[in-house]
Design a protein around this ligand. Structure first.
Ligand SMILES: CC(C)(COP(=O)(O)OP(=O)(O)OC[C@H]1O[C@@H](n2cnc3c(N)ncnc32)[C@H](O)[C@@H]1OP(=O)(O)O)[C@@H](O)C(=O)NCCC(=O)NCCS
Length: 173
């Protein structure tokens, strides 16, 4: 059974570890230099950074559990505007990641639904996100959910640029 639970400071270690594992599983093969990946993970998913992000009230996290095991998470960032998105009331689905072994079992859909419903309840009009141009799984997933490409964006990993697409979806209220 899939359960989606809001995350708080007590979940720091789970989020840091899930963040690191799911990023390596899904993006590790795109990064040729494994040292770059290791450095990125150390910085992006350190306990300290994860704690700080959880303490920022603009960040909302959820953890997905399958039979009580944490297998995925999502991070929603409130009030973060992208000029390529058509609204002043925007929020960003910054991360939605599921462990490889649990892909294709609707965990991503349950996380997304929670994020979307919360964005709506909070009065946002557009939900946007970015994804790597070669991340075909995520691109198919977002298209299926009704997101449209509205622009592009360069994502940096240790000084190296990776071309990303910006997707957005209107939130009807
Ligand atoms: C993107 C991601 C979150 C999707 O989660 P998931 O649990 O595998 O997807 P779900 O099982 O909930 O699928 C939901 C719908 O999307 C579709 N979908 C998911 N992955 C798909 C793929 N690779 N190709 C086509 N459709 C796909 C499913 O078929 C399903 O549609 P259906 O209800 O009609 O069957 C997951 O692939 C993931 O974590 N990837 C690695 C991390 C990542 O790249 N995150 C995004 C970073 S921007």
């Amino acid at each position: 059974m899939i359960t989606i639970v809001p995350a708080s400071l007590k979940d720091t270690e789970i989020l840091a570890l899930l963040g690191r594992l799911t990023y390596s599983e899904s993006h590790g093969h795109f990064i040729n230099n494994k040292e770059d990946l290791f450095k990125y993970n150390n910085e992006a998913f350190s306990i300290e950074k994860t704690k700080k992000e959880l303490q920022n009230s603009n960040n909302l996290y959820w953890i997905a559990y399958v039979d009580k095991l944490p297998v995925g998470y999502a991070k929603l960032v409130l009030n973060t505007n992208n000029i390529q998105v058509d609204s002043k009331k925007q929020c960003r689905l910054e991360r939605i990641y599921v462990l490889q072994e649990f892909l294709g079992k609707k965990v991503g859909y349950e996380l997304y639904t929670t994020v979307f419903n919360n964005s709506k309840e909070l009065g946002f009009k557009q939900l946007w996100l970015t994804t790597y141009i070669k991340n075909e799984n995520a691109i198919q997933f977002y298209k299926k959910l009704g997101f449209e490409i509205v622009g592009d964006y360069e994502f940096m990993v240790n000084g190296k640029a990776f071309e990303n697409l910006v997707f957005s979806k209107k939130i009807n209220s």
